[in-house]
Structure formats: structure tokens, C-alpha cells
Ligand binder design. Structure first.
Ligand code: AMP
Ligand code: MG
Length: 325
């Protein structure tokens, strides 16, 4: 996958003019706007259908620029940025004056990261500023991991889609609150808890609820159209076949231990044994089952270690209560 430098220049121009650019990152595709342009940021919320109280992540081109966007950089944040940037780690820090409150949902903190994707880094370098970018999907739905996912979901609402191929990591960044003495994980993601703990030299709390607002913790997020039901791995086949018999169009996430098993269901996804491959494929699998017309997806949770923690978090959220329920 090669992206032409003329496309990078065009995308940077769109950002400078106050437009919206969908950009590839190693986690998922983002819907980017110049963070310093409140009208452009407002359009991001409008296009996503996201409540304006839900803060965005500010993407910057280099860890060296962190001080331009935050009030101060505590020692722990510095250590994490040095070790994990560019990469799928977002640091929540105290907001600097260049970040308008529109981008932080009115919070005095700001989430910042340096993405590990050559196209995103080229865009950030050419643009020169910070890019506020949530995932490029409608609020609550499955995040896009290809440019085609973005086009299918947002169409003309985005001024320019930069195609950088499929996202390597496939799930969103890990969000760490680094404002206080003791950092904590607000959302598990592409950097594992174990990797963070190894660098910090101490156990890290993972908060399912926190004093800051994180939409990834509300009921039903990262959700396909089909309802998602989670069962024990050894019950997946039986539950799927029962629901199919009852008249559902069932999509199955077949656990690796059952690979090759014939399942009487509408569509089957064989879950990869490697957590990295599972994370990379997760959102594409959910989209595929929607496209196949499934109304119910039967899945199980992976062991919650390494990337399994983020995958389980997204599956739980996908299975969460829908707004209409
Ligand atoms: P998304 O919009 O799907 O890319 O998700 C962005 C994530 O970053 C959301 O879960 C936000 O709530 C989170 N986030 C952004 N800014 C902050 C902040 N200041 N404090 C806590 N979480 C934040
Ligand atoms: Mg999102």
C-alpha cells in the first residue's frame, strides 16, 4: 500500500481549510479535524452523531511536541511517551491553552497520542498542528479498519479519505490517565496492561468506571447491527444452532479450539488463535456478519491477558444494552 505524497498534501490542505479528513492509523481509521479550529471540531461531533460532551483524542506528530498541547508533563507520562510513542497509547494529561474546550468535551484534561502509521505521521508532519480524531464511524457503531469501511459508513460527510491500507493493530489505543501520581487505564487497547506494568514497575489499575467520561464505557459501543450474545466457549456451537433453529440468522464467532467444526448457522467466522490476529480482524468480522444479514452473533470472550483484555472489552461493549432496550 503506497500513499501518494500529493494525497498527503491534499489532506493537509483540507485540514488547514477547516475540513474533515479520514486518516489511517495503526489502531483504527480516525475522523480528523484541526484541533485548534472549533468549527471543524464541531463538525466531527456532528458527522459522528457523538454528544459534544465526549472528548476527542488529539494526534500529534512527535513526542517532542507534547509540551505544546498539555499544561505539564509528569515524569511518568514522559517515560510512557518515550517507550510507547509512536504507538497505540493515549495519555490523558492537563489541557494546554492551544486545545479548545470543544475538543475535550469541556474537560480540563486532554487525551494525546502519536500514532504509529507512516501515512498519519506524514500528514501530521505536513499539517504541522494537532489533529483531533475520534474513530471514523457513527457514534456507538463498529470502528473502521479500512478506507472502504469509512467510505461505506460516512460517505460524503468526510471531505477526504486518505487510504493507508488495513489497520495493523485493529483495536483502539489504550487510554491511560497520567494526570495524577498513580496512572490508571481508562480503556484497554493496543498497548497491553502487561507492557505498561513492565515499564512502570508496578501493577496498574484498570477502571471500568472513572471520574473522567469515556464513551467506551457506556452501554453498547463498538456494536454491529446484529445483537451480540456472549457465552462460554464450549457453548458457542450449541447456542448458535439453537438460535438458528428458532429462526434467527446466526453469525458465529467460532473459538479456535473448535476450528473446523461444522456449525448449522447462517455464517461462521473462525476466530484466529493469535490475539494480535484476532484484534486485527475483530471489527472486520463484525462488519462481515452484518453484511451477511445476521441478526444475532454468538461469541465467547478470549482470556483477558495481553490484547485479549481489549478484545474482551470491545465484545462486552458490543453485547451491551442497546439504546432502544
Ligand atoms: P474514539 O472517539 O472512539 O476514538 O475514542 C476516543 C476516546 O478517548 C474516548 O473513549 C474518549 O472518551 C477518550 N478521551 C478523550 N479525551 C479524554 C479525556 N480528557 N479524559 C478521558 N478520556 C478521554
Ligand atoms: Mg470510537
Amino acid at each position: 500500500m503506497t500513499t501518494r505524497s500529493s494525497d498527503i498534501e491534499k489532506a493537509a490542505g483540507v485540514l488547514r481549510a477547516g475540513g474533515l479528513v479520514a486518516l489511517p492509523t495503526e489502531t483504527v481509521y480516525g475522523l480528523g479535524a484541526n484541533v485548534e479550529d472549533p468549527a471543524a471540531v464541531a463538525r466531527v461531533f456532528q458527522v459522528k452523531g457523538r454528544p459534544p460532551s465526549h472528548p476527542l483524542i488529539v494526534h500529534i506528530g512527535s513526542a517532542d511536541d507534547l509540551g505544546d498541547w498539555v499544561e505539564d508533563v509528569p515524569a511518568t507520562a514522559r517515560v510512557l511517551a518515550e517507550r510507547f510513542w509512536p504507538g497505540p497509547l493515549t495519555l490523558v494529561l492537563r489541557r494546554g491553552p492551544r486545545v479548545p474546550l470543544e475538543a475535550t468535551g469541556g474537560l480540563e484534561t486532554v487525551a494525546v497520542r502519536v500514532p504509529d502509521h507512516p501515512v498519519a505521521l506524514a500528514l501530521l508532519s505536513s499539517f504541522g498542528g494537532g489533529v483531533a480524531a475520534p474513530s471514523a464511524n457513527r457514534f456507538g457503531s463498529v470502528s473502521p479498519t479500512t478506507a472502504n469501511h469509512v467510505r461505506a459508513e460516512l460517505g460524503d460527510a468526510v471531505d477526504f479519505v486518505l487510504d493507508g491500507g488495513s489497520c495493523e493493530v485493529g483495536v483502539e489505543s489504550t487510554i491511560v490517565d497520567a494526570t495524577g501520581e498513580t496512572p490508571s487505564v481508562l480503556r484497554p487497547g493496543g498497548v497491553t496492561r502487561e507492557e505498561l506494568e513492565a515499564v512502570l514497575g508496578r501493577p496498574l489499575a484498570v477502571h471500568s468506571t472513572s471520574r473522567v467520561r469515556v464513551p467506551g464505557q457506556h452501554p453498547s459501543h463498538y456494536a454491529p447491527r446484529a445483537r451480540v450474545v456472549l457465552v462460554e466457549p464450549e457453548k458457542v456451537v450449541a447456542e448458535a444452532e439453537l438460535a438458528q433453529e428458532l429462526g434467527h440468522q446466526v453469525g458465529v464467532f467460532l473459538p479456535p479450539a473448535f476450528a473446523g467444526t461444522a456449525v448449522k448457522a447462517h455464517a461462521v467466522v473462525e476466530v484466529p488463535g493469535s490475539m494480535a490476529a484476532y484484534a486485527r480482524g475483530l471489527y472486520g468480522f463484525l462488519r462481515r456478519l452484518d453484511e451477511r444479514g445476521c441478526d444475532l452473533i454468538v461469541a465467547s470472550l478470549p482470556v483477558e491477558q495481553g490484547l485479549g483484555l481489549a478484545i474482551a472489552n470491545r465484545l462486552r461493549r458490543a453485547a451491551g444494552p442497546r439504546p432502544t432496550e
